[in-house]
Design a protein around this ligand. Structure first.
Ligand SMILES: [Zn+2]
Length: 396
């Protein structure tokens, strides 16, 4: 079968299309999935451009891709699924350490040892190929009417996990969030914005993208407010976003504080989706009392930052503010993610489809220029016009 792999080259890893044997069912709990499409995200970009992928031990290659949409082609008798089911799959697999209570309870997203594996990312083959075999416990059924946006279930599960954690934490009080600020307007930032709108929050997005960009347009079309980072009168620092990385003490204020002052607003929840640490720290004082800052963006750098430690300490203690980090997601988050996407599609028809700014065939992946992707790239392993026949669904 056709696959996209990363291989160890002489100097660095490289991506290639490779012909590999198709997998087969090994036990009756498994299903054979025909891959329809695979979404690419920032982690894939790092794997492809920054040699971030960790190959399985003893192997010289690994199939990439972790955002799966597929159709069950062959179902083991004890899988609970049938041929024709539309499915996606979890990414992380539990560690082997018997002392890891979370992995032993199928909550590998809270693995205590860090020795978990992740399909397409860390020490296991991913989904960017024609066929995948998977244990049914890691497979999530997706309603067939969600096929056009079902590949977003995995990224949406990341959003759901954050919201689930926030709901658990905020049981400490009566909390009725009304305002949300999202830092970053990539695919994840946009899904967060859509989720906050569905949750009834006034939603503000602060990002580097041009106000005329498709990203900004989607935010406005769902009733959100968009502001380009740096586009603030009186901002103390014209060096905004990653461009500020080498400006020493100037790095703390990016213009975000000036934006909040201009709005004369604080936020009940802030979602940091950019992976730029100064934004996260700068935003703590911009939270309302009792508010939550969630860090979703990942940084791989070694940067340092001068921060007003006393102020941040005081804000968190005296105003009950909370900062959480969040990664990966559980089966429950995939399930609520499906429900959320359906609600988004009902309230804002056609907006999810706009995220797919680039659709490519599997052969085009090695030459893909990630920097030229407006929002999100999806690899169509099967052309979308053939999906309905495979799902036994009559076309409109
Ligand atoms: Zn573990």
């Amino acid at each position: 079968m056709k696959t996209v792999v990363i291989r160890n080259g002489e100097e660095h890893q490289f991506v290639a299309v490779a012909e590999l044997p198709a997998p087969e069912l090994l036990n009756p709990e498994q299903v054979l999935i025909k891959v329809l499409c695979v979404g690419l995200d920032g982690t894939d970009r790092e794997i492809v451009t920054d040699n971030f992928g960790m190959l399985p031990q003893g192997e010289d290659h690994m199939i990439i891709g972790h955002e799966l949409l597929g159709v069950v082609e062959q179902a083991g008798v004890r899988s609970g699924l049938i041929a024709g089911d539309l499915v996606t799959a979890l990414v992380r697999r539990s560690c082997k350490d018997m002392s890891c209570s979370n992995c032993r309870s199928d909550r590998s997203d809270f693995c205590e040892t860090g020795t978990y594996i992740e399909r397409g990312i860390k020490e296991a083959d991913g989904y960017l190929c024609e066929y995948v075999v998977e244990d049914a416990k890691y497979v999530v059924k997706v309603p067939k009417e969600c096929a056009p946006y079902g590949v977003l279930v995995e990224p949406q599960s990341i959003v759901e996990k954050v919201w689930n954690q926030v709901e658990l934490i905020q049981q400490r009080m009566i909390w009725q969030p009304k305002t949300a600020l999202i830092l970053g307007s990539g695919p994840l930032g946009i899904l967060v914005a859509m989720t906050c709108r569905v949750l009834g929050m006034e939603t503000y997005v602060w990002s580097k993208s041009d106000p005329q960009s498709l990203n900004a347009d989607i935010i406005r079309r769902i009733g959100g407010h968009y502001r380009q980072a740096g586009d603030v009168s009186g901002a103390s620092d014209k060096h905004v976003g990653s461009a500020a990385a080498d400006k020493g003490a100037d790095r703390f204020f990016t213009g975000l504080t000036a934006y909040a002052a201009e709005l004369n607003l604080r936020f009940d929840m802030i979602w940091e989706c950019s992976g730029y640490p100064p934004l996260g720290y700068e935003s703590v004082p911009l939270l309302n009392n009792n508010g939550v800052l969630a860090l979703l963006g990942v940084t791989t750098g070694t940067g340092r930052l001068d921060i007003p430690g006393d102020l941040l300490h005081q804000e968190m203690v005296m105003r009950n503010k909370c900062v959480i980090g969040s990664v990966n997601a559980s089966r429950r988050d995939f399930i609520t993610g499906i429900d959320r996407l359906r609600t988004i599609e009902q309230l804002y028809p056609g907006m999810l489809d706009l995220l797919f700014s680039k659709r490519i065939a599997i052969e085009a992946v090695p030459d893909l220029d990630f920097s030229a992707i407006a929002i999100k790239a999806v690899v169509d392993v099967v052309p979308p016009e053939q999906w309905n026949a495979m799902l036994n669904v009559l076309p409109d």
